[in-house]
Design a protein around this ligand. Structure first.
Ligand SMILES: [Zn+2]
Length: 676
């Protein structure tokens, strides 16, 4: 379509038929105000999930209606809507319905923010674009992406008559700073960084975008997120500041209203079938799982902390979700109760709660008492991965070498301090580190194994570390990154200066490690009761220490603690050092490297394949229970662990591990946000 100054802005792309259709539509809806929920029921085709391809049905998810309608201009005076929710609750559809209604009925400039590029690409591809394409009303409004005109849509900007929807990423100042917008949707708002390159919080930058509408008071900001860490969670804090609405359902026996809550009223068997059910708090009536959805449909939102000037804040979790069976909640709880990594996932993704982290350090004397007798420098029979991490100081380098078993238990193979100057990558301590890098370690089956991934902290002596790593395959220049939303290890950035500070063509990669969350996981694992203290079995991710290790190591390992501190006007939890913590840094880096190698992602069959490559008998790598034989029956009253995969039907797949070559920069989706 030719560009013409006579065509009003945003109208030029519309096919003639759609123009006619819209004129007719305008006549029909003269004076008619349609709520976003009613609009969605008539117009929005669900892009994915169990009801994909069908029109939005508000009777299935009646809890979406009120917060959705609050995003409309008709709900004057409601500016900020905050939703704290678990996974699988349907609130993504609410975001799409809110945006769709605005595009069609209240066109204006809208911004949708996602935490990362990947999240934005996925949201656009899997949800937004299909919703626009499948819903005729939206398809007629939104300029096609194929249009060559400047008025056509792009992946980042969807244009329509009267406005545009911009997709932005929370880590990009360029995205967040720009033109005024009237409506903002912040998806997964708790995953945004706390501070963007020292320029402030992304939430403050986003608020600046609708500042022009503060006087007229008709802006809208919808924030949706699963929560993260208690004390450092945006959605959790904003929920508490709001009027705290919960979905109340009526008791079928006495009519009293209550909220389905994970707690003593929710009952289930420890073994399959869990037969999960709910005892009403009012009159003790038993609610079976097949009654849940009927009751949820009769529910209503009730504010539990109303007050003048408070924004509308909502909590909704899997207990009330029509998409999550109660038995699944019981099963997830049972699977997570001894594993700090899974506990956080259960709190966040199932209960929609922020996860509480204990702020105190584990007791180093207790850890010393738990030391075990095994050989220094030898790989224990269970272990299939071997990593090393080094922390560089002015006069020496701290090194820890750790072996990992498929069940995430780990053994310290060596822990030492290398003395010497650290200002030359070819001499002093770095020459000794090079010898260590080349060392092969005996396993329990007569093989010698190299270190699979060797990480060196580059926070100090950066250029020396880059130079040392650049020459050596499977080495990683690492640096710690602040913040709770970081992945264990993220796609590296390239730095391209040599030791003398001169630019060079072939740069080094620096990998950022999400040290905050890893420290919380480590300390939670260290607190778990061990077999030596009376536990029936070693806890998940158990750490083993040799009796040849001294107190120096244990003091450093436990030398940090969490405090609440004010940061940019908001309370957050941060780590503080009590004293030297070099071995703690080493262990955190080792855990990040093991995650990179696939420790938290490989399937039993992939581990079997790796065991085969390493000449390790399957029975050894999987402890007393070979993965190829059926699991022993669970003891009465004790929940069974998930069954290992059966014997391979064909050749086992290549493991999802990265063991041989120099790592290359590549984007990947870590299991971190889904699972840790
Ligand atoms: Zn009752």
């Amino acid at each position: 379509m030719p560009e013409s100054p006579l065509v009003p802005p945003g109208e030029g792309f519309t096919p003639a038929l759609a123009v006619v259709a819209r004129s007719l539509e305008k006549i029909f809806r003269q004076g008619e105000v349609i709520t976003p929920a009613d609009w969605a029921a008539e117009n929005l085709v669900v892009p994915d999930g169990p009801y994909a391809g069908e029109r939005f049905n508000p009777t299935l998810t009646p809890y979406l209606v009120q917060p959705l309608n609050a995003f409309s201009d008709a709900e004057a005076g409601v500016n900020r809507i905050v939703i704290r929710k678990s996974a699988q609750t349907g609130f993504t559809l609410l975001a799409i319905a809110a945006i769709g209604h605005s595009i069609d009925r209240e066109p204006c400039r809208i911004m949708l923010v996602q935490p990362t590029i990947q999240a934005m690409v996925d949201f656009n591809k899997e949800k937004l674009t299909p919703a626009i394409e499948e819903s005729p009303t939206l398809k007629a409004r939104v300029a096609p992406q194929t249009s060559r005109s400047a008025r056509g849509s792009t992946m980042h900007v969807k244009r329509y008559p009267g406005g545009a929807l911009t997709l932005a990423i929370s880590t990009s100042t360029a995205d967040l700073r720009g033109k005024t917008v009237k409506k903002v949707v912040k998806d997964e708002a708790s995953e945004y960084p706390e501070d963007l390159d020292g320029q402030g919080s992304p939430h403050q930058m986003i608020a600046a975008r609708y500042e022009a509408f503060l006087m007229t008071g008709d802006y809208k900001e919808l924030s949706i997120s699963t929560p993260v860490i208690k004390g450092s969670c945006y959605i959790d804090a904003e929920f508490e500041l709001g009027d705290q609405r919960y979905w109340h359902v009526p008791c079928p026996a006495c009519g009293a209203q209550f909220v389905f809550t994970f707690g003593p009223q929710f009952r289930f068997n420890k073994e399959h079938p869990h037969d999960a059910h709910y005892i009403t708090p009012c009159c003790g009536t038993t609610i079976n799982s097949d009654q849940k959805n009927g009751m949820v449909r009769k529910g209503e939102w009730i504010a539990t902390a109303p007050g003048p000037g408070k924004h509308w804040s909502y909590h909704f979790d899997a207990l009330s979700s029509p998409f999550v069976p109660w038995d699944s909640i019981a099963a997830r709880f049972l699977q997570s109760k001894d594993d700090p990594v899974k506990q956080k996932a259960f709190d966040n993704l199932t209960l929609g709660r922020a996860h509480e982290i204990r702020g105190d350090a584990p007791d180093h004397e207790r850890l010393m008492a738990l030391r075990e007798s095994y050989d220094r420098g030898r790989i224990p029979p269970q272990c299939l991965l071997l990593t090393a991490a080094a922390d560089v100081q002015a006069n020496g380098i701290y090194v820890e070498i750790v072996a990992y078993a498929p069940d995430r238990q780990s053994w310290v193979v060596d822990a030492l301090v290398i003395g010497g100057d650290t200002d030359d990558p070819e001499a002093g301590a770095f020459a000794k580190l090079a010898k260590l890098y080349e060392t092969k370690y005996p396993d329990s089956f007569g093989h010698m194994r190299s270190i699979d991934a060797f990480g060196v902290d580059s926070g100090f002596r950066s250029n020396v570390v880059y130079a040392w790593c650049r020459k050596r395959p499977a080495t990683f220049a690492l640096k710690g990154g602040d913040g709770w939303a970081r992945q264990p290890i993220s796609t590296p950035t390239l730095v391209d200066v040599n030791v003398a500070g001169k630019k060079i063509a072939q740069g080094a990669s620096v990998w950022t490690v999400g040290v905050w969350a890893l420290k919380a996981q480590l300390y939670a694992a260290l607190r778990k009761t061990r077999v030596a203290e009376g536990a029936a079995e070693e806890p998940a991710g158990c750490l083993h220490f040799g009796d040849w290790m001294d107190s120096h190591y244990f003091v450093q390992l436990t030398n940090e603690y969490l405090v609440d501190e004010r940061f940019k006007g908001r309370l957050r939890r941060v780590w503080k050092e009590r004293g030297p913590n070099h071995f703690l840094d080493c262990r955190i880096y080792n855990h990040a490297l093991a995650d990179y190698l696939g420790l938290n992602r490989m399937t039993p069959r992939e581990w079997q394949h790796l065991a085969g490559l390493r000449g390790v008998p399957i029975g050894a790598a999987f402890g007393a229970q070979p993965a190829t034989s059926p699991p022993p029956p669970a003891a009465p009253g004790v929940e069974a662990a998930p069954a290992p995969a059966g014997p391979p039907a064909g050749p086992p797949p290549e493991p999802k591990t990265r063991l041989v070559n120099k790592p290359r920069p590549q984007a990947r989706r870590s299991s971190y946000m889904d699972g840790w």
